[in-house]
Design a protein around this ligand. Structure first.
Ligand code: TXA
Ligand code: MG
Length: 340
């Protein structure tokens, strides 16, 4: 597996050009985006798409997101763009918003898990944009982790999961957002959030001036987005999420478990960590209220807890407004138990 570290952020950069060459020849390459690292393949290469599913151990019916670098690539992959989608595109692209639209026959059904729709986004990371431009066609890219593991927010995380299974990694440092993109579908006059992300409900309401529907992801029985039915983001340890009033019990609970012989890791805000026994591993989410910081750190902490052999991970929940909605969505999925 090639490790590539771009010197210049342009399609002419040697690392980006090598990565593009591999992709053009049906290889698979991990690359940075502003959300998390993606594992890319040409959108139209059935051979390369099969390699993605194989490398990740991903269920075949879980569709991939198509990444474009220019607006004129959109009509290559989708049938038509409704007026509401156009409005959202001009407000949020390039950026962490994936829009599900009717696909064209150019997109192989292997890429969409057999669906007639395809999720598309234009990432804002400049290495991602330069790479797509250098390849010359859109790239499909799921998060570059083994299925079921936390998404990678650095090249090191990608290497941990996929070394030897993929052709190359393009290192672009740490992902700025740290959580995967918002996935939406649109009708004429409403937006449905299939997966919350950094483009929040509030932002969509403001830009779209329509109703934004947010299903209860914990209750919905028929999955809106195939990816939602799989357990995600779960470290190997038992994870307990503390919410609201229950946060006050976290330090004592951590100490009890540690005394029972468990290897405890606590992922919490500094305010809470102050009261946690020094015997536990402490992974800071920073200052309470700074959800942007917590979102950026969470997946690295879940991996760290695993790497240290923790048997119990106790996590402090956050507010649910703004980006907090996406963070809490991921934490609820990672948790085997929730105390509130
Ligand atoms: O931020 C991101 O979106 C990252 C970076 C690499 O762009 N990618 C990512 O991909 O998170 P992945 O494959 O890990 O998650 C894609 C999600 C899944 O939950 C999938 O079910 C949903 O998007 N999705 C993709 N296409 C869809 C479609 N046609 N209809 C409904 N949901 C779709
Ligand atoms: Mg993923």
């Amino acid at each position: 597996m090639l490790y590539l570290s771009p010197q210049n952020i342009s399609a002419a950069d040697e690392s980006i050009a090598r990565a593009a060459y591999i992709l053009q020849h049906n290889g698979v390459v991990a690359f940075p985006t502003e959300t998390v690292y993606g594992l890319g393949a040409r959108f139209d290469s059935v051979t390369a798409i099969a390699k993605i599913f194989e490398a990740k151990g991903r269920p075949q019916d879980n569709p991939l997101i198509v990444h474009i670098s220019e607006l004129n690539q959109l009509n290559m992959v989708v049938q038509k763009v409704p007026a509401l989608a156009e409005k959202l595109i001009s407000a949020f692209w390039p950026g962490p918003l994936t829009i599900v639209l009717q696909k064209t026959p150019n997109v192989p059904s292997q890429a969409t898990g057999g669906l007639a729709t395809v999720g598309v986004r234009m990432p804002s990371n400049s290495i991602a944009l330069a790479l797509i431009s250098a390849v010359g066609v859109p790239l499909v890219a799921p998060s570059a982790n083994i299925s079921g593991r936390p998404s990678p927010t650095s090249a090191i995380h990608v290497r941990e999961d996929l070394a030897g299974r993929i052709d190359a990694i393009l290192d672009g440092g740490e992902a700025q957002v740290g959580l995967e993109s918002t996935v939406i579908s649109v009708t004429e006059n409403s937006i449905v959030i299939l997966r919350p992300g950094a483009v929040t409900r509030e932002m969509l309401e403001e830009a779209g001036r329509v109703k934004v529907l947010v299903p209860d992801y914990n209750l919905s029985s028929a999955p809106l987005s195939p990816g939602l039915k799989y357990t995600h983001y779960a470290p190997r340890a038992r994870v307990t999420l503390f919410v609201g009033q229950a946060v006050a019990e976290l330090p004592l609970q951590a100490q009890k478990l540690q005394e029972q012989g468990e290897k405890v890791a606590v992922v919490a805000y500094d305010d809470t960590l102050k009261n946690v026994s020094g015997d536990c591993v402490q992974l800071s989410l920073g200052e309470r209220g700074q959800v942007v910081v917590a979102a950026k750190l969470i997946y690295a902490h879940l991996r760290e807890a695993d790497n240290l052999g923790s048997t119990q991970v106790l996590i402090e929940g956050s507010e649910t407004e703004g980006l907090g909605e996406a963070l809490m969505n991921r934490l609820r999925k990672a948790a085997s138990q929730i105390r509130e």
